[in-house]
Every structure is written in C-alpha cells, then in structure tokens.
Design a protein around this ligand. Structure first.
Ligand code: PD2
Ligand code: ZN
Length: 293
C-alpha cells in the first residue's frame, strides 16, 4: 500500500510584503521589529520567521555584491520626536528646533562639556589636512573647498565615542553599525567647508567606490565641541538658515524626502571662522551596515 502525504502549498509572500521586508533590512531593522509588524498583520509566526530570514539573506547578498543598487530609502517625516526634551539613551537632550521637508533638527546638550574637551584632547596630536571626495575616481584629494584639519575615531574606539554612537542610534533608530567612524575637524581663522552635499551623487562615476562600504549616506550629525568666537556657522543656503556653533549641541539633517528621492536642498557648508577656532565631530549614517574599505 502506498501512502501519499500531501502538504498544503505554502502561500507566496505578496510582492508588497517582500519589498517592505527588503527595505527594512536595508534600513537596518531588527528581525524582532519586522516580526512584530507581520504578527500584527495576521501572519503566522513560523511563516513570518522564514519569510524574514529568506528576504534578509537575499537582500544582504545583493547588498554585498552591489550596494549601489540599494539606494531605495525614504525619510520619515522627521525621525526625531518633536518635543522640547527627548531621551537620547543615557542623556536627556533639548530640541532647539525641528523642521521637516527637508528634515533638520538642532539638538542642545547632546554632549557634555567634559565629553567635548576629551574628544578635542584625544584628537589634537593627530590632525592631518582634510580631504574631499574625488567625484570622478572615487578617491580623495586636498581641496580649498575644505580648509580644515581632521582625524577620526573608529566605531566604539573609546568610551566617549561609544556614548556618542549610542545617543545617535537612540535618537534616530538607525543602528550603530550603520555609522561611519566619527570625524573630528578643526578649523582655524579663515577655515571653512564650502557648501556641498554629504550624499554620494548617484551620477558621479566615483560614487560606486563609496557605495560599496554600506550603501548611500542618509543623514549627518555635526556636533560642536567648542563655542566659536565669531563665524563658523553651519549654513544651509537653500533653506536660508544658519546654525551657530555652541559647545555640546549638534545639528542633524537628512538627505532623502518622503518619496525616497535625494533632496538637494540639504546643501550645507561650514562658514569661515572669523575669530577663534572651531572644533566639530561629524557622524554620517548609511543605509546599511558600514564596513571600512
Ligand atoms: O563645519 C561644519 O559646520 C560642517 C558643515 C557641513 C561640516 C560638514 N558639513 C561636514 O563635515 O560634512
Ligand atoms: Zn557636510
């Protein structure tokens, strides 16, 4: 006698759910978060677990081989809560202002005075002339567009950097792994960073090289490590707005709009320092986990 066991066909995951999972993987969402949403939408737990794991492994493979394809990113209206005081992990932070379209926020007291001094002290002996991206070759070069000196700290390199990274992740929901190493910059009188975009221009041949290390950039934090006597504001020419450098505060801005398009109005620069000096820490966030080249 032959017994035939027939298993019911497993329903195919609808394309819109496949896309939803893939874009959440790209954004660095955890399996638990995706699972919660799928469960809330009536999916069987076992089915959801398999679906998440299949889409994750496929997406991550594509991401490794060709991260430039994965530039599909949509900003929420504003990632940061629009209340006057918000929790950033271990620290309470004051919100100076937020605007959406494009998303920009001023955060006050994100770093303590001691944390700012420590970052300056640890950087002072290892500064080198800053460079900018060579848009043709994907290398970097010295340019009078950016007349600062700088250095960087690897992810988690010391306790202050760890705290800064945890606060950034808590504020934005973007995992620590998606952050590039913190850059420390020092500008003397006359030092500036002329208006530029922090994203990698999709049309530039050199961008592919940068996209390999974690996909497109999505947002910037500029932390001010000292008060500048005069000048040195971070300026947004398209928004007709400037942010003064004040120790412990940070300006945060994103580059994508709610339709998933890069918004060139996030053009920004560091105005020339007129008197005194300027120290900042810059943190760029990527679509996917950042791995150094
Ligand atoms: O120095 C600044 O305020 C500034 C402004 C814009 C720094 C950067 N961009 C940067 O490092 O990308
Ligand atoms: Zn910039």
């Amino acid at each position: 006698m032959t017994i035939t066991v027939t298993t019911p066909p497993v329903p195919r995951l609808a394309p819109e759910w496949q896309d939803w999972l893939a874009s959440n993987v790209v954004r660095g969402c955890s399996d638990a978060d995706m699972m919660r949403t799928m469960r809330d939408n009536g999916f069987d737990e076992q089915y959801a677990r398999v679906a998440i794991s299949v889409v994750r492994s496929m997406t991550e493979r594509v991401q490794q081989n060709s991260p430039s394809l994965l530039t599909d990113y949509k900003a929420d209206r504003i990632r940061l809560p629009a209340s006057p005081r918000i929790r950033a992990g271990d620290r309470e932070v004051q919100v100076g202002f937020t605007m959406s379209d494009p998303n920009v926020a001023l955060l006050i007291d994100v770093l303590s005075e001691d944390e700012c001094s420590k970052l300056i002290q640890l950087s002072a002996g290892k500064l080198k002339r800053s460079e900018v991206v060579d848009r043709k070759t994907g290398g970097t070069e010295v340019s009078n567009v950016r007349t600062s000196e700088g250095t960087h700290f690897d992810r988690g390199e010391n306790a202050v950097i760890q705290r800064l990274e945890q606060r950034v992740a808590a504020l934005t929901g973007v995992p620590v792994e998606n952050g590039e190493p913190v850059q420390i910059l020092h500008y003397r009188v006359g030092g500036e960073y002329k208006p530029h975009h922090d994203y990698f221009e999709p049309a530039d041949p050199g961008s592919a090289n940068f996209l390999k290390t974690g996909g497109q950039r999505i947002a910037t934090f500029v932390f001010y490590l000292n008060d500048v006597d005069s000048g040195g504001d971070t300026v947004f020419p398209e928004l007709e707005m400037g942010v003064a450098a004040r120790r412990g505060s940070a300006v945060y801005f994103e580059y994508h709009n709610v339709e998933g398009k890069i918004d060139p109005r996030c053009l920004h620069g560091g105005a020339p320092v007129v008197r005194g000096e300027k120290w900042i820490a810059t943190k760029w966030l990527r679509i996917g986990p950042y791995v150094s080249a």
